[in-house]
Design a protein around this ligand. Structure first.
Ligand code: HEM
Ligand SMILES: *[C@@H]1O[C@H](CO)[C@@H](O)[C@H](O)[C@H]1NC(C)=O
Ligand SMILES: *[C@@H]1O[C@H](CO)[C@@H](O)[C@H](O)[C@H]1NC(C)=O
Ligand SMILES: *[C@@H]1O[C@H](CO)[C@@H](O)[C@H](O)[C@H]1NC(C)=O
Ligand SMILES: *[C@@H]1O[C@H](CO)[C@@H](O)[C@H](O)[C@H]1NC(C)=O
Ligand SMILES: *[C@@H]1O[C@H](CO)[C@@H](O)[C@H](O)[C@H]1NC(C)=O
Length: 517
């Protein structure tokens, strides 16, 4: 039992303390941490198994129950079976109040968290409309080309000796993958105009905007710090840039099919008949750029670190490519969208990496009406209810369930094989849940109405990610091309840096590589 307690706190320490400390120091009145929930799991019905694994850990200031007996409280909360935060009703918890300070100055007005939830649901529907299978199919070849060009021409990847032979070199994985992510996203979702301006003005605008995407801005968004001033300027320029693209495309329609998101958004209407304005489209494009950038670049970096660290994996991955895509002459042909999705080793590597390194470790909501949180204290006779008063902020960390020792065997180890081996309880549980859970439409797609999955790196319910399929295409294609071209080695997988908005790898984060012959 004690081992379990230690493990639980080690987990919390890994994923949560930065945010807790940040918010408490910055004077957040009340903070509740919901460490997610797994309820009514099939194997939980087995009397020999431990009780339902639920995590919810509210704090009151930094005091009372938790402060008095955190271990007892923590485990008491783990036994409850509802997820108050993620599963909270719209009338109880609200995301836009929690995120708006951070996002509106970066994305611009009238989109995402600057509008009521029902409008966000419509805007997510518009974006979903652009992420068709047809478009995703078209993206594979574009991404492949971008990665190949990058590996050929980026100076970080030139490692030759004086007689022109390939030798071992190093590249900063996070830096390189950030560049590659924005290049591939702009080539696909963002469209040709953005891609062709990337080396020029766009990269600088993006960097200035990104500099305004900092945790501090959640609480105090408008201090005239240099980074905020640059952010505001860049956001205006970026809005203009996208609005120009829209104007130009209307004046001179292209004969070619456009697979990008601008093309998908420009003919959308809200349910009341109002067309989406150019300004709203511009701001949605910025929002998508920001939503996909650090999440994908961090994920592909973590994948590379683990691949390079595990000597058996690069070979297995490469072999999977060879078996699936060899031409008669031994060269490798381009994969298709469908083929990429069917590669078990590649898929389980991404899945496992998102289990251990979900880019978003804390999902936030504001409590808009008093939120009762029932719990029972193990041996105590009566059940109790905590009430988190309205006006406070709560924070959910579903990632903790992803490393829960009660569910996952050797949870802190990166083991992609857990997703493919037969009889792996956790993986089976996840698949069963995905198949059997109730689906509901919040306005943008049919998705699970519950929050009970032990694995949800893309969130759940109404705020669930709509970029998952795109992210997978991007990650799969980038990794496939890199593994075809490079051998990689690394001694240590870097630790998490929690001071960035999205968990990033700590320095040093370079990988040793050599071109494959
Ligand atoms: C590995 C990549 C990604 C991960 C792990 C990820 C994760 C998440 C998570 C956890 C949420 C829920 C946030 C919350 O409940 O507070 C979310 C929402 C969202 N994501 Fe992603 N995301 C990824 C990539 C992308 C990409 C590529 C796009 C755009 C193309 C995108 C667009 C969005 C949008 C629009 C939302 C909805 C926000 C809301 O409804 O409140 N994401 N994502
Ligand atoms: C360059 O590398 C190749 C292959 O590793 C090696 O055979 C050759 O001697 C090297 N040349 C020089 C000048 O170091
Ligand atoms: C957002 O900023 C305002 C000040 O502009 C502040 O009063 C409010 O508390 C902030 N919201 C959050 C979630 O910190
Ligand atoms: C406390 O809650 C649990 C589960 O929610 C329930 O099974 C139990 O009967 C409750 N106990 C009392 C005394 O209400
Ligand atoms: C999910 O849907 C089912 C059936 O529609 C319903 O009984 C259940 O309460 C829903 N769960 C949540 C968490 O909304
Ligand atoms: C962590 O991220 C911060 C913010 O970007 C950066 O200043 C710091 O150097 C990083 N720390 C490490 C060890 O990489």
């Amino acid at each position: 039992m004690e081992g379990l307690v230690d493990a639980a706190f080690a987990l919390l320490a890994r994923v949560g303390w930065f945010w807790l400390a940040a918010f408490l120091f910055l004077g957040f009145p009340v903070l509740a941490v919901a460490l997610n929930v797994v309820k009514q799991l099939p194997f939980m019905k087995d009397p020999n198994q431990p009780p339902v694994v639920f995590h919810l850990l509210p704090f009151f200031g930094s005091t009372i129950t938790y402060g008095m007996d955190p271990y007892k409280f923590f485990f008491a909360m783990r036994e409850k079976e509802d997820n108050m935060i993620m599963g909270g009703k719209l009338s109880q918890v609200n995301a836009e109040e929690a995120y708006r300070n951070l996002t509106t100055p970066v994305f611009g007005e009238d989109v995402v968290f600057d509008v009521p939830n029902h409008v966000l649901m419509e805007q997510k529907r518009f974006v979903k409309f652009g992420l068709t299978t047809e478009n995703l199919r078209a993206y594979v070849g574009m991404i492949e080309e971008e990665v190949e060009m990058f590996l050929s021409f980026d100076p970080a990847f030139s490692a030759y000796n004086s007689s022109g032979k390939d030798v071992w070199g190093t590249f900063d994985a996070y830096h390189a993958m950030s560049q590659l992510t924005i290049l591939t996203a702009s080539r696909t979702l963002q469209g040709n105009e953005v891609r062709s301006q990337m080396k020029k003005m766009f990269a600088q605008m993006y960097e200035d905007l990104d500099g305004g995407f900092t945790p501090l801005n959640m609480i105090v968004p408008n201090i005239a710090l240099p980074n905020n001033i640059r952010r505001n300027k860049a956001r205006k320029a970026m809005t203009e840039f996208y609005m120009n693209i829209l104007r130009t495309r209307r004046e001179k329609p292209s004969a070619e099919t456009e697979y990008d998101m601008i093309a998908a958004l420009k003919d959308q209407h809200y349910k009341d008949g109002r067309p989406v304005s150019d300004r709203e489209i511009a701001h949605m494009m910025i929002a998508l750029l920001m939503a996909g950038q650090h999440t994908s670049s961090a994920t592909v970096s973590w994948c590379l670190f683990h691949i390079a660290h595990r000597q058996d994996i690069p070979q297995a991955l490469f072999q999977e490519q060879v078996e699936s895509f060899s031409n008669h002459d031994g060269s490798l042909r381009s994969p298709t969208y469908e083929e990429l999705k069917g590669l078990p080793i590649l898929d389980s590597i991404i899945r496992e990496t998102l289990r251990l390194h979900p880019p978003l470790h804390s999902l936030m909501r504001k409590v808009v009406s008093d939120l009762p949180v029932p719990y029972s204290l193990g041996s105590a006779p009566e059940n109790r209810t905590l009430v988190i008063p309205k006006g406070n902020y709560v924070l959910a960390a579903p990632c903790v369930t992803q490393v829960d020792p009660g569910i996952w065997r050797k949870p802190m180890e990166w083991q992609p094989s857990r997703w493919t081996e037969t009889g792996n309880l956790a993986a089976q549980l996840y698949r069963d849940y995905a198949e059997t859970c109730e689906k509901v439409n919040y306005g943008f797609a049919m998705i699970s109405n519950g929050t009970d999955s032990p694995y949800q790196p893309f969130g759940s319910r109404r705020h669930r990610c709509i970029g998952e399929q795109f992210a997978y295409v991007q990650l799969e294609t980038i990794l496939a091309v890199i593994v075809r071209k490079l051998e990689m080695k690394i001694d240590h997988v870097p630790s998490h840096n929690y001071t960035t908005l999205i968990i990033s790898p700590q320095k040093p984060r370079s990988i040793n590589f050599r071109r494959r012959r």
